[in-house]
Design a protein around this ligand. Structure first.
Ligand code: WTA
Length: 635
């Protein structure tokens, strides 16, 4: 289907959706923000508590190192927890959690706050101080958000590493962050099996002697080695008298921070083998995340919100942990696989907990769609009011299925485009807007996005180009941790004054954006972001491999699947068995999500004269497409 045909298919919101929308007019809000960007964001910031007000909303005196709400004092945890305790929300459920094995745990705002305070004391007693980095590598258990919030409460910087990553990926991230304390679980449940988190952590730490302490939350109860003097059980530390400080004791106080003090870093894959640590701060992130969640997903006090991402990715940081708590909402979190033990697991939980808003990745929808409509049709999904997607383009077929079968044609779908770097939704519908399946629609008020050509000039409607952002926004990344040059070079050098997203897109005649995909060496597999260079370096770490190139090729469920081309060392014979060994090797080094779908042994790789692998050419060949400009090709 071409763009023009796609644009013809329009879904209008019902009168009911419009009547209850938190934002009644996109145009009005967008015009306000365009007229007065700082005034607009200042007004949004009024929803939150500041210990001291800002002098300036946006300080752009040192571009592209923008600063927001300078001079203000705050702490995101005060806004997420403390301030709700003096209201009726103290008794409201903050978090409902279901384990893969059916375990159920709930936390009121009071209870969550208490756990966070106790764990903050544990961290303080271990010597963690403001500005220190703490690596968190856990399964999807309530203790993961508790650990994050406890770090933020005392001004430490958390670095969460996705629990599906493995030894090499974890090791590199611990090293780069220079963490002294790590937090993990004995294991986590996934698809009825145990993921050996603690053992992976132990392996990763063999080469990281700077880590002094490891705190281990007991989830599975299976036997894991504990190193005397380094490893401690979470529950034992929490039972120590120091953590029973009376309420109001100084030891529980939320650290008063600068709006620009760092909140967390989150590693994401880029164009080199070394993942980059995206740095976010307390003040602007609070305002950006809280504002977008309220406007886009229209959360109401009575709502139960379910963001089915993993807290280990930006989606989980912004919209499982911080966003819902900022709004005083009730958030649901599920530990395991969507199809365990049967493909109705998600739908049974929507029914059981009365979920009102569901936000997930297109890959999950495509995966569940394959099992047929009978599974969701067995359940009462009438509590749902709004749906959402994120992480990759959603194909119109999956969009329509989600709309018809899950939303029963009542629930608008918010297709939100954003990135680890942006921290918040950037191109997204609001519930009152007309929708076109497959389009993330229009920039959030205050955001100016455009599609430009190689020279940075806007392209005509319907034409493909590079997606750029032309205004700063409060939840934007501030830098790459310990690598400000790379921050400038990566995001602000291609076009002066514009943020380069790394995505290609089209804008149609109505100003709706259609995201096409990455134009750099990043592959989106099932919505997860992986760098080709990371996969390649995992491959060449195997003794049989001389050289490797990884590309993404279209895949029906995953969006993209990894295909690797491998040159073997002299004396090595290509075989199916060796291909399987190499796949398993990448899985072991980086994690199951990075495991290549297919490995092809080749005698040579297309390269530029300077020796850079031309992945673009490999992709074109695999897809039978023209190879494009190959003047620099030397095979
Ligand atoms: C892609 C995830 C199409 C895009 C929040 C972006 C999307 C990258 C969408 C960032 C969407 C995210 N439609 N593509 N709605 N949302 N993407 O950092 O390529 O894991 O640049 O952040 O995901 O991935 P990240």
């Amino acid at each position: 289907m071409n763009n023009e045909q796609e644009s013809q298919e329009i879904y209008r919101p019902s009168a009911e959706v419009i009547a209850q929308a938190n934002v009644k007019s996109y145009e009005e809000m967008a015009r306000w923000a365009e007229r007065d960007l700082e005034g607009f964001w200042a007004a949004q910031a009024e929803q939150f508590t500041w210990f001291q007000r800002w002098n300036k909303v946006l300080d752009d005196s040192n571009k592209p190192f923008y600063r927001w709400f300078t001079g203000a004092k705050t702490n995101i945890v005060y806004n997420c927890l403390d301030r709700h305790l003096t209201t009726w929300r103290r008794n409201k459920l903050a978090l409902i959690w279901e384990g893969e094995n059916g375990d159920l745990r709930t936390f009121s705002y009071h209870a969550l706050h208490r756990e966070v305070c106790r764990f903050a004391n544990v961290l303080r007693s271990m010597g963690v101080r403001k500005g220190d980095r703490v690596t968190i590598y856990m399964g999807r258990v309530p203790e993961l958000p508790i650990a994050m919030l406890a770090c933020a409460k005392i001004g430490a910087i958390h670095s969460v590493v996705y629990g599906g990553f493995s030894v090499e990926a974890l090791h590199g991230r611990i090293e780069d962050s220079q963490s002294n304390v790590c937090i993990t679980c004995d294991g986590s449940f996934m698809n009825g099996k145990i993921v050996e988190l603690k053992r992976i952590m132990d392996e990763a730490l063999k080469r990281s002697p700077t880590v002094e302490h490891v705190i281990v939350f007991k989830r599975t109860g299976h036997d894991v080695p504990m190193e005397q003097g380094r490893d401690y059980w979470w529950h034992e530390l929490m039972a120590l008298p120091i953590t029973r400080a009376a309420p109001g004791s100084n030891r529980n106080d939320t650290e008063i921070l600068d709006a620009e003090d760092p909140l967390f870093m989150l590693y994401t894959s880029g164009t080199t083998g070394k993942p980059k640590a995206i740095l976010h701060t307390h003040g602007g992130y609070t305002v950006g995340v809280g504002t977008t969640l309220r406007a886009v997903f229209d959360l109401k006090e009575e709502d139960r919100w379910w963001c089915a991402a993993d807290p280990g990715w930006i989606t989980g940081h912004s919209y499982i942990v911080y966003g819902p708590l900022l709004l005083g909402a009730t958030s649901f979190m599920y530990e395991g696989a969507p199809t365990y033990p049967y493909p109705n697991r998600w739908w049974s939980m929507v029914e059981k907990y009365g979920i009102n808003v569901l936000y997930c990745a297109p890959t999950a929808i495509r995966g569940l769609m394959r099992f047929g409509e009978a599974w969701p049709n067995r359940h009462d999904l009438s509590s749902l009011r709004l749906l959402g997607t994120v992480g990759e383009p959603i194909n119109p077929e999956a969009w329509r299925w989600y709309y018809r079968v899950i939303g029963r044609e009542r629930c608008p779908i918010m297709d939100t485009w954003w990135q680890t770097e942006t921290g918040m939704f950037m191109i997204t519908p609001l519930p009152v807007m007309d929708l076109k399946p497959g389009s993330a629609t229009r920039p959030f008020p205050g955001v100016q996005a455009d599609v430009v050509d190689e020279q940075g000039q806007p392209v005509a409607p319907g034409e493909e180009g590079y997606l750029v952002l032309k205004t700063p926004w409060p939840a934007m990344l501030r830098t790459i941790y310990r690598d400000p040059d790379r921050y400038v070079q990566q995001y602000w050098s291609k076009y002066p004054g514009m943020y380069f997203t790394g995505d290609s897109a089209r804008k149609d005649k109505d100003g709706y954006f259609w995201i096409i995909g990455r134009v750099d060496d990043v592959i989106k597999v099932s919505g997860y972001r992986l760098g080709t260079a990371e996969i390649e370096s995992a491959l060449v770490s195997h003794p049989a491999v001389a050289e490797a190139a990884a590309i993404g090729l279209p895949h029906e469920v995953k969006g993209n699947a990894i295909h690797a081309y491998v040159i073997l060392k002299a004396g090595q014979e290509p075989s199916d068995a060796l291909a399987e060994t190499l796949k398993a090797h990448v899985g072991h080094e980086l994690g199951p999500i990075a495991r290549p779908e297919k490995i092809t042994f080749v005698p040579q790789l297309p390269k530029t004269r300077s020796g850079k692998i031309m992945r673009r050419v490999l992709r074109a060949r695999a897809l039978g497409l023209p190879e494009g400009d190959v003047t620099t090709l030397e095979e």
